[in-house]
Structures are given as C-alpha cells and as structure tokens.
Design a protein around this ligand. Structure first.
Ligand code: ADP
Ligand code: MG
Length: 482
C-alpha cells in the first residue's frame, strides 16, 4: 500500500515538474496546478482531485495538450488521467452551499458524477461529456438560506403592498418566465422587503422542489466576493452563482460604491437573466434614486418590475399584529392591539418590537396585558422619549462622545469635530425634543433655523450612505434615550 501511495504522489510530482518546466513558475502554474491533489494510481490511471467543475473545464480548455503529453511521458501511451471534482466551499465565508461529495474511490466507475475519465489517446474534447449534464452533478445541493417564518401565509396583504405581493407571487409561480425579471422590491426599513423576498423563495421551493433557490444579503455577497479574490478563486465564486435558478439579493444598496463587486454582480446578473433565471432584488430606494451604483446596473434593474412597499394603514397593522399573536398562540385584548397599532405607525419591525417587549414584560413580571401596561410600554420604549430629554442633555452626551467640552458647541469654531458635534446635537434635538428649529438653533451656537435644517439633512444623508456613521448615530441615540 505504502509503495502504491508513494507511487502516485511521485508520478504526479514528476508531472508537475514537467508542467512547471513548460509554464515556468508562473501565476498560471500556481493557480491551476498547485491546488491539484493526486488521489490514486490504478492500472495506469492516475486520478487527480480538482477543486471545482469550473477548474476541470479550465484545465481541459487550456492545458489539455500539455497534460496529455506529460501523462504519456510518465505512464506511457496507455496512461490515462481521471479527474475527481471537489466543490470546495470553505472559502465562501459562511459557506452558502453544501454539496454531496462522494470521495473518489472504487465507486468512481459507478459514480461518474465525480470522476471523469479522460482517454488521453483521443481527442478529449469529443469524448468528455459536458460536465453540466452529468447526472451525478445534479446532486449539488445549495442551501437556500430561507427562513420558513417569512412565508406568503404569514405575509399580510394590504394596500401598502398589494402590487409587490402579487408580483412576488407571480414570479414564484413562474420564475424567470414573467416580465418581472428582475423583480425589485423597495421601501424604507422595516416594511417587509426581506420577508417578501423569502416568501418568494419559499413558494418557488414549494412548487418546484428541484429549482435551486438562493437568498443572500448583498453584504454577504460582497464579502464572499472579497474572500474569493483573496483566495484567488473568483471563478468558483462566479460559477457558484451561475448555478442558481432563483437568486434573491437583499439590500442591494449595500453594494453602493463597491465597483468591483458591482461589476461581478453585473456579469452574474446578465448570465442568469440570459438563461431565463429569476432575479429578485431588494433595495432601500427606487432605481432612479439609487446612488453609488453603476448606471449599467441600474438600467438592468429597470428591465423588470420595481414595486414599492409602503407604510401599512391601521387595518393592516392590526392584521399583522393579530397574525403574529395567532401564530404564537397568544391572546391579547383587542383594545391593546389597536392601541399598539395606532401608536406605532411608521415601521412594522418597530411594531413587532414593541409587541415582543410587551409580551416579555408581562411574562417576566407576571402582569396581565392590559391597556395600561401597553401604554406604559409605549411611553417607555417609543413615544415621547422627548418629554424628559432636553437640548442641554443632548449636547452633553454628544460632546462627551467626541471628547470635547460642552461649551464648544456654542463657540464660533469651524473645527471638524465641533461642527460634527453641533450638527448631531441639532439633529437629535429635532428628533427627540419638541423644540422648534429656531429655538434649537438658538441653543446650539446661536444659529438660524436654516442651519438646523441643513444639519438635519446632512446627518440624514450620512446615515443613509455611511454604515459606520449610522451605527455611531444609533449608539449615541441609545445613550441619549437612557
Ligand atoms: P425590511 O426588509 O423591509 O426592512 P422586514 O422584511 O425585515 O423589512 O420586515 C420587518 C418585520 O415586519 C418582519 O418581522 C416581517 O415579518 C414583518 N412584516 C413586514 N411586512 C409584513 C406583512 N405584510 N405581514 C406580516 N408581517 C410583516
Ligand atoms: Mg430587510
């Protein structure tokens, strides 16, 4: 056994030497030959393991002549080469897919999926079946990353989402075959984009179990891409995405300003679209308002249908709460449900957040859920936090955060961090107190109302475009609200 083992390794090492002589110690050698692992040598058949199907195709396309020559040299004219394909998913960060992978062994013959024999004495391109249609490769299973709770059943229909929902439903019943390709869902946060996009994926899987569906956040997509660049396997990355039948990309705005990732996405998009595969995209803005996105990508987004999700009206908000309670098997007085739905009218996620806090509060403190308890909760967590917050307090927290004395806010200085602190103090004063623009201006360095308005706009813009900035602002807001 030992002798055998050394043998195949030696044979491959010799082959590599020949190949290296031919290619030099080039990037191509590193990319295409170093990752190959010899697996076994039996009856003059050398089996090598390659990281992916794409890899195999590339070798076949570009190096088959050299490989043939080399094998002949090492094993004689009867020498043959077999590939064993491994889809290595370790480099994709959170490993978005899994693959059934029988290792190359004696079963190889019965299992042509993973081993592709090549007769080096013939013109291989004629003899090798197209790897895309090798039956065993259908075993590739991609985990869809779908959340079962985000189904159509749990998605309440209302005027706010009727178009988006029915387009989503149509797409799910006929992926890639409707005019809604891509289907772009957009809205501000917490209005159901993620939920609806999962629902589409789940429904596709229900109707077409064989279709490959993938939900991926644009953020995850971008980081997988960066990983693939780092590991020099972009091709595997692209190839992986090209296998998807229904690709759902959430929060595409995350790609804003990331040119290279947009570029790759553009190519994947084109490939899938051309093949009649379905693409579903969500975004915080309509295509016309997107910033930091390549025009050619935006123009693709306009090919299909863009549907927005709006703030649900009171009936829909009540229905959403009722559904949630029903699913969790919880009873709650109607007046409380109505009170919650009336009080929180901007964002469904927030509405659910208050509901959860209320349930937690009642179960932890063994209190029955009453209207009074609900009112206390809302007062405490959402509404009227402004009551106890003064502009002085805001200035203090903001200045502490920047490490500057609080009186600098009222000074005339244009130093960067003071300007920033002043803008944030104005922004929070507007957001969290009932003071007028004029009085905020007066208390923040004797400025006029237009300056305050400008400050609020600047902060809002930064929040929308700069994630890091947004998280700092969120952190500050929490400090102020405590
Ligand atoms: P977005 O992605 O737009 O920020 P989400 O899809 O994460 O919003 O929705 C926020 C929360 O609101 C989720 O828990 C989701 O289940 C719920 N939700 C949103 N729209 C609906 C709806 N129409 N029916 C039921 N629940 C909804
Ligand atoms: Mg979302």
């Amino acid at each position: 056994m030992l002798i055998m083992e050394r043998n195949y390794k030696e044979v491959w090492a010799n082959c590599l030497n020949v190949i290296k002589d031919n290619l030099g110690n080039s990037q191509s050698f590193k990319t295409w030959f170093e990752p190959i692992k010899p697996v076994k040598l039996e009856n003059k058949v050398l089996t090598i393991q390659v990281p992916s199907q794409f890899f195999y195709e590339w070798l076949e396309e570009h190096y088959i002549g050299l490989i043939k020559k080399t094998i002949k040299k090492e094993l004689g004219v009867e020498g043959r080469l077999e590939y064993s394909i491994v889809m290595d998913n370790s480099s994709f960060g959170n490993a978005p897919f899994t693959i059934n992978l029988p290792t190359a062994n004696k079963n190889a013959v019965q299992n042509p999926a993973v081993t592709m024999p090549i007769d080096i004495n013939k013109n291989s391109s004629k003899d090798i079946p197209n790897p895309f249609i090798i039956p065993g490769l259908k075993k590739i299973k991609i985990h869809s990353q779908l959340n079962d709770n985000y189904s159509f059943d749990n998605f309440i229909e209302g005027d706010c989402n009727r178009l988006a929902r029915s387009a989503g439903f149509a797409v799910a019943e006929n992926p890639g075959k409707t005019a809604f390709n891509p289907l772009l869902l957009y809205s501000t946060v917490g209005l159901g984009k993620t939920h609806l996009s999962h629902a589409i994926g789940i429904q596709v899987k229900n109707i077409f179990p064989d279709k490959t569906v993938l939900y991926v956040g644009a953020e995850q997509f971008a980081s997988q891409y960066i990983d693939s660049v780092r590991n020099n396997n972009q091709n595997d990355f692209i190839h992986f995405y090209q296998m998807i039948d229904v690709l759902i990309i959430d929060d595409i705005q995350f790609l804003s300003g990331k040119e290279k990732t947009q570029d790759i996405f553009f190519h994947i998009f084109n490939y899938l679209h051309q093949k009649g595969k379905q693409i579903v995209i969500t975004s915080d803005k309509a295509p016309v308002e997107m910033t930091g996105m390549e025009p050619r990508l935006i123009s693709r987004f306009k090919w299909g249908l863009s549907a927005d999700l709006q703030i649900p009206n009171i009936e829909t908000r009540i229905a959403i709460l009722q559904k949630r309670l029903y699913n969790d098997g919880i009873d709650m007085p109607d007046e409380v449900i109505e009170y919650l739905a009336y009080s929180i009218n901007t964002n469904i996620r927030e509405l659910e957040g208050v509901l959860i806090s209320l349930l937690a509060q009642s179960s932890l403190n063994k209190k029955i859920i009453t209207l009074d308890l609900a009112k206390q909760m809302i007062d405490k967590f959402v509404k009227n936090t402004s009551r106890d917050i003064s502009i002085d307090f805001i200035q203090k927290i903001v200045c502490d955060y920047f490490g500057i004395p609080v009186d600098r806010i009222s000074s005339k200085t244009r130093k960067r961090e003071v300007v920033q602190a002043r803008q944030l103090a104005m922004y929070f004063s507007k957001k969290l107190t009932k003071s007028s623009l004029a009085s905020i201006g007066l208390q923040c360095g004797n400025k006029d109302h237009a300056t305050v308005l400008h400050a609020c706009r600047t902060v809002n813009n930064l929040i929308e475009t700069d994630k890091k900035y947004k998280s700092n602002v969120d952190e500050l807001e929490k400090k102020i609200k405590i």
